[in-house]
Each structure stands twice: as structure tokens, then as C-alpha cells.
Design a protein around this ligand. Structure first.
Ligand code: HEC
Length: 280
């Protein structure tokens, strides 16, 4: 039996309701002012208010206990998992991911690496987890562990390696996908994410080709999303942007998604990590 954490529905509904009310309030403030500066100021204030009590912190606590809990068919904890800095080292690992791993001979992001550890150390079937939906079963557990791992890099600067040829190849591939226009609307990621100061509704559209924009976007996922009342990982964020782009849904932890993360992560070099974040 896979162990899964259940939490009090009541608590979550209460948090969701409180955040929705705050969000609605800012919505109305934002709509009633016509200058962009005033809307930006209201949004900044809204984010600061929410940041003081980010529900993602609850997921971090769950992720931390999952990390050291004996689980899976082999009944082992993940605490010997090598995230790139040696077995069991969590602090600072996230700001250096994605990176090349010699045991799998692949460039892996945090989620694909966690999946490898869950398969090798705990005996889970990786394919079964890949076939699940986001936020379901072990996929929810991965999101919670990712929240914990990313939180252990808070305040550290991104420093994603480009020394291995495979890492360079993945950056080039990510860049190519980022600018590739196709689909019914002839969109690329770049269509929505290469201008400064853009916004759709109340959500910023960071310019992912710049260090500041990439740092802001890449450095804040996993994030708690108020609009969905759930924790989203970068993999889920990307899958939803493929949908907005009218592209087919990418496979979980597919090379294309990892390459896009390499592209954003390397662009974010020197920017400070601030995950898990809080989004509209
Ligand atoms: C049609 C416009 C559109 C396209 C195309 C698009 N996105 Fe997005 N993206 C958005 C919107 C809108 C958001 C804000 C999310 C929300 O609140 O729904 C977003 C959010 C994001 C974020 C998180 C930003 C943050 O504030 O933290 C990332 C990262 C991202 N997109 C990456 C991509 C990548 C990579 C691609 C190409 C595969 C892409 N997007 C394609 C519209 C787009």
C-alpha cells in the first residue's frame, strides 16, 4: 500500500476561502483604478499579504516527512537519494538542477530525479507514476517532496551547470522549443514570454529570456496556486502553458520539459531562489 498523506479538508477549505476573499478584494481594487502603476502596486501589496502565510509551507512540512519515511515496495526512505550534491544532500541541490547524472546518463530536473530515486531506492514503478495525473497519488507526493527540496535552497543563487556536453545540448534544445512557433494560433513560448512588463488578467507574464524574468518565474515553482487551491510543480506549470499554446500535452518529465527548464534555469543564473512560491 502506498502511503499517502491526507490532510484536514476543513483546514484547506478555510485557507482557500480566506485567500479567495483577499484575491477578490484586490481584483476589484485593481479593476477600479485605470493606471497601470496603481494596479501593479495593488498586486504587489496583495502578494506581500499572502506571502506572510503561504499554504505551500504545509506541503513543505509534508514533503520533509515523506523524504525520510520508509515507503514503497522496498520500504526505504529517500534520504540516500543523490540530487546532485551527493547522497542525501538536500541543501543547495535545487539551485543546481537540472543537471547531468552519470548513473542515468541523462540531464534531469528535480521531478525526474525524484522519480529515479523512488524507482531505484523505493521500488516504485516510474511508468505508473508518469501515467498518473498531476496532484494524484504519488504525483502529489512528488510535488510535496519538491516543495521541501526547493525550500532548502531559499535565498541561494541559481548556478546550473553547462559544463557537460549533454547539459549544453539540453539548453540549445530548450531554447529552440521556446522560440518554436506552431499550432492553431502559431504561438511559441516566446509569443507570451519575451516582453517586459506584460500581464494577462492579473498575472504577470515574465520575460523568460532575461535573468530577472527567468529568476522570478523559474525560482518560484513549485508554488501554491490560489486559483486552483493546490500546489503546482514546474512540470505542471509547463504542461499548462503547452495547453495555453494550443500544443499537445507534454509527457510528464519528458526531455522537452526538462530542456525548457534547463533554458529557464540557466537564464536565471545568479538570481535568488524563492520557492515554493505563491501565485494567483
Ligand atoms: C498564450 C500565452 C502563453 C504561452 C504561449 C505560454 N505561456 Fe507561460 N504563461 C502564460 C500565462 C497567462 C501565465 C500565468 C499563469 C496563470 O496565471 O494562468 C504563464 C506562466 C508561465 C510561467 C510561470 C510564471 C510565473 O509568474 O511564475 C512559466 C515558467 C511559463 N509560463 C513558461 C512557459 C513556457 C516554457 C512556454 C512554452 C512552452 C509558455 N509558458 C507558453 C501564458 C503563456
Amino acid at each position: 500500500m502506498l502511503s499517502r498523506f491526507n490532510h484536514s479538508n476543513y483546514l484547506w477549505k478555510k485557507i482557500g476561502l480566506t485567500l479567495s476573499i483577499v484575491f477578490y478584494g484586490v481584483c476589484c481594487v485593481a479593476q477600479s483604478v485605470d493606471s497601470k502603476g496603481a494596479t501593479d502596486a495593488a498586486l504587489t501589496q496583495y502578494r506581500q499579504m499572502l506571502q506572510e502565510a503561504n499554504p505551500a509551507d504545509l506541503y513543505v512540512a509534508k514533503g520533509q516527512s515523506l523524504w525520510s519515511l520508509a515507503r514503497g515496495p522496498k520500504g526505504q526512505p529517500l534520504s540516500s537519494c543523490d540530487l546532485g550534491l551527493g547522497p542525501g544532500v538536500v541543501k543547495g541541490a535545487w539551485v543546481q538542477l537540472p543537471r547531468y547524472f552519470s548513473d542515468t546518463q541523462q540531464v534531469q530536473d528535480l521531478e525526474s530525479r525524484l522519480l529515479t530515486c523512488m524507482e531505484k531506492i523505493q521500488g516504485f514503478n516510474a511508468q505508473e507514476i508518469i501515467d498518473l495525473d498531476f496532484s494524484k497519488g504519488e504525483r502529489l507526493n512528488i510535488a510535496q517532496i519538491a516543495a521541501y527540496v526547493s525550500s532548502e535552497s531559499e535565498g541561494l543563487a541559481f548556478n546550473i551547470s553547462q559544463s557537460n556536453p549533454q547539459e549544453k545540448k539540453m539548453y540549445a534544445m530548450g531554447r529552440e522549443i521556446f522560440y518554436m512557433r506552431a499550432g492553431t494560433h502559431d504561438f511559441s513560448c516566446a509569443s507570451c514570454h519575451t516582453q517586459d512588463g506584460r500581464r494577462i488578467r492579473l498575472q504577470d507574464l515574465p520575460n523568460l529570456s532575461t535573468p530577472a524574468g527567468a529568476g522570478y518565474a523559474f525560482g518560484t515553482w513549485p508554488a501554491y496556486r490560489v486559483s486552483t487551491g493546490s500546489l503546482w510543480t514546474m512540470q505542471q506549470r509547463l504542461a499548462d502553458c503547452f495547453r495555453q499554446q494550443r500544443f499537445p500535452k507534454p509527457k510528464y518529465v519528458s526531455p522537452a520539459t526538462v530542456a525548457l527548464s534547463v533554458y529557464m534555469g540557466v537564464n536565471a543564473t545568479g538570481q535568488v531562489a524563492n520557492a515554493p512560491g505563491l501565485k494567483r
